[in-house]
Design a protein around this ligand. Structure first.
Ligand SMILES: [Zn+2]
Length: 246
């Protein structure tokens, strides 16, 4: 790598590090203000909204592309060689798509409710909803299927909306556990659901191709509310419908 590129990258790294430090200290201040007493991290309730998106200045496209070039150099390659020259721009564009969920509002997706259902009040289940997400710990893909059931109350959601709801949360940096809880909470927040069940099964590339290296291992998470939570028979019915592959 020539000296010019090297010194430009060094300057850029220093700026990025300073930004990260100032952001981190701002976040810490907010966190400590919010916490009245020291609680264990794991007992803190997950915040369901996209809390950070509004608080953090979105870098320019140019800054994002420069950051990708830095990572390419960090990996050991030359960001200026022909094959990689347009890669930062492509990655930035790809990020706009795979992380589009930060700019979407899950509440508005469930606004479409059909009330004329002739009194239908039984379980509605949409199973095998495919999704692709990225783990927030390694930014590695995890992907699989979501299964969502709910009991309608005076109207039903458009079926495609449940798929879109999954995508809004999947197209963010996630943990599978958080995503499961967020989808359930989004349904619970609507008047037209009196209880929901969410089951997600996914393979995590951070576990398959690196780290413990266990390709094929599936992680299953599930969470219930309403009748699904209070009645084990409802849970069993949901699970058998999810597993019924006829
Ligand atoms: Zn991970």
């Amino acid at each position: 790598m020539d000296d010019l590129v090297h010194s430009a990258l060094t300057r850029q790294r220093k700026r990025a590090a300073a930004k990260v430090r100032s952001r981190a200290s701002g976040e810490d201040a907010k966190k400590s203000a919010a916490k009245q007493s020291p609680v264990k991290k794991s007992s803190a309730k997950p915040k369901l909204a996209a809390l950070t998106a509004a608080a953090i200045r979105r870098p320019s496209r140019e800054e994002a592309e420069a950051a990708v070039a830095t990572l390419l150099a960090w990996a050991g390659d030359d960001p200026n060689r022909e094959g990689l020259r347009d890669t930062p721009a492509r990655v930035a564009r790809a990020y706009e798509e795979i992380f589009a969920g930060y700019r979407q509002d899950p509440a508005s997706i469930l606004d479409t409710v059909f009330e004329d259902v002739s009194g239908y009040g039984e379980m509605v289940l949409v199973r095998d909803i495919p999704f692709f997400s990225h783990c927030e710990h390694h930014m590695a893909p995890f992907f699989g299927k979501a299964h969502i059931a709910y009991y309608p109350d005076g109207g039903v959601f458009g079926l495609s909306k449940l798929g879109r709801l999954v995508d809004v949360y999947a197209r963010r940096l996630q943990t599978q556990e958080t995503m499961t809880a967020q989808i359930l909470a989004a349904l619970d927040a609507r008047l037209h659901s009196r209880g929901a069940a969410v089951l997600i099964e996914a393979e995590h590339m951070c576990m398959s191709m690196r780290g413990v290296r266990k390709p094929g291992a599936l992680t299953v998470t599930l969470q219930f509310s309403g009748p699904f939570k209070s009645d084990p028979a409802e849970q069993a019915r949901f699970l058998s419908l999810v597993r019924d592959r006829r």
